[in-house]
Design a protein around this ligand. Structure first.
Ligand SMILES: C[S@@+](CC[C@H](N)C(=O)[O-])C[C@H]1O[C@@H](n2cnc3c(N)ncnc32)[C@H](O)[C@@H]1O
Length: 246
């Protein structure tokens, strides 16, 4: 059976592959569910930037700037990733006056202490096992300002375990979190969880509309999947985690 890639070096190498890079954004935006997920993430981050007067932010493991190309309302952004091919795409999409684009290692961040008002990191922290995540938290804690904001995505064990049996395997390891374990893990690493916003709140219905309704009308299917996302759920597929440096 094929093994997940879960080691730091393996993950870096995987995302330097030109085929993976070339298809990355195409895959993320290829269906309606992907586009809704993206829209929700962007709206969430942009609102937090405005509500908290965020000036300086970091997109950790930015990839091709899937997220950052749509982020607004801040003064200075840094997009950091270990993959040059990913950053070559990011460079074409991001406004040079606002963004610094850096090749670097998320486990060895060369920034000064207390620099950032906000750090967001999507589809990244979840790919590591606890010991490695703790290394990441330590670095992020150091470079965030006091009370600074960290936003990332975390997969909900109680939903994803069964969903993944249905939709199959992935190439890269994904941690499936139990809610309290996630809150405790962050607490033990210097972060207080403020909000766990349910994300992909009604996976099976959203997946169904995505698959079958999109054949009838793309716009209608998008609206349905998007509306469902705004009905809260006790058991979402993922969470958007909003926490603060304690
Ligand atoms: C799944 S992609 C996520 C990209 C983007 N954040 C998004 O949500 O679309 C993971 C990214 O992590 C980057 N990455 C992997 N290991 C890294 C490391 N040690 N330091 C910095 N970036 C890393 C990869 O190059 C890749 O661009």
């Amino acid at each position: 059976m094929k093994e997940y890639i879960s080691d730091k070096e393996g993950i870096i190498e995987y995302y330097r592959d030109k085929n993976i890079v070339g298809n990355y954004s195409i895959n993320r935006f290829s269906d309606i569910l992907g586009r809704v997920i993206h829209r929700v993430q962007i709206e969430y981050i942009n609102k937090i930037i405005v509500d908290n007067n965020v000036d300086v932010l970091l997109d950790l493991a930015s990839g091709p700037a899937r997220i950052s190309q749509d982020i607004m309302g801040f003064k200075q952004g840094v997009a950091l990733d270990s993959s040059m091919p990913m950053l070559d795409i990011a460079r074409q999409l991001l406004d040079k006056k606002r963004w610094i684009i850096l090749e670097g290692d998320a486990f060895d961040l060369g920034f000064e202490d207390n620099l950032f008002d906000m750090i967001y990191s999507f589809r990244f922290i979840r790919h590591f096992k606890r010991e490695r995540r703790e290394e990441l938290y330590k670095g992020l804690f150091r470079i965030l300002k006091p009370n600074g904001i960290l936003i990332f995505d975390a997969v909900n064990y109680n939903k994803a375990y069964s969903v993944r049996k249905m939709v199959g395997r992935y190439n890269i390891y994904d941690e499936l979190f139990k809610k309290n374990d996630l809150i405790n893990e962050l607490d033990e690493n210097g972060f207080k969880v403020q909000v766990l916003r349910g994300h992909i709140n009604h996976f099976y219905s959203q997946w169904f509309f995505n698959k079958f309704f999109s054949k009838l009308s793309d716009k209608k299917a998008f609206n349905l999947v998007y509306k469902l996302e705004h009905i809260e759920s006790e058991n979402p597929l993922e969470w958007l985690v909003l926490c603060r440096k304690k």
